[in-house]
Design a protein around this ligand. Sequence first.
Ligand SMILES: Cc1cc2nc3c(=O)[nH]c(=O)nc-3n(C[C@H](O)[C@H](O)[C@H](O)COP(=O)(O)O)c2cc1C
Length: 136
Amino acid sequence: MHGHYQHAHTRAWATRIASFDGFVMVTAEYNRSTSGVLKNALDHLYAEWQNKAAGFVSYGVAGGARAAEQLRLICGALHTAAMSQQVTLSLTTEFEHYTTLKPAAHSATALDTLLDQIVAWSTALAPLRDASRAAV
Ligand SMILES: Cc1cc2nc3c(=O)[nH]c(=O)nc-3n(C[C@H](O)[C@H](O)[C@H](O)COP(=O)(O)O)c2cc1C
């Protein structure tokens, strides 16, 4: 489903997001929340997020878990299904010199589970997406 947007950049963003059924949202943690940039990108659209699935990969001192929790609230407003599994990368133990990613085995396993959940849920939500397209 497509929203009606005034600006060309919003329409381009909407077309891009409309082309996907599921998402992996990657976020750092800033002051115990997600980044303003990602929040802004989410806020620009509505219809294109609906009845889709999203999973979260976060990083920070505490694995960015609090940023991912903020994204769950936002996804609730957008009618995007938030996956239970999440990948929380520790800045102190899973990044070399706080820059080069060296994920622990448990993070790689968690990512596999997360991707499986996104595929399963985004597939299962197809009838709802079809119904909302038909209603327009
Ligand atoms: C203003 C600011 C606030 C931050 N707050 C948090 C925080 O609450 N929790 C945390 O784990 N890391 C926090 N950090 C550290 C960032 O998560 C870390 O620097 C991360 O690498 C930023 O990601 P980026 O380099 O992709 O922008 C903060 C960093 C900044 C600059």
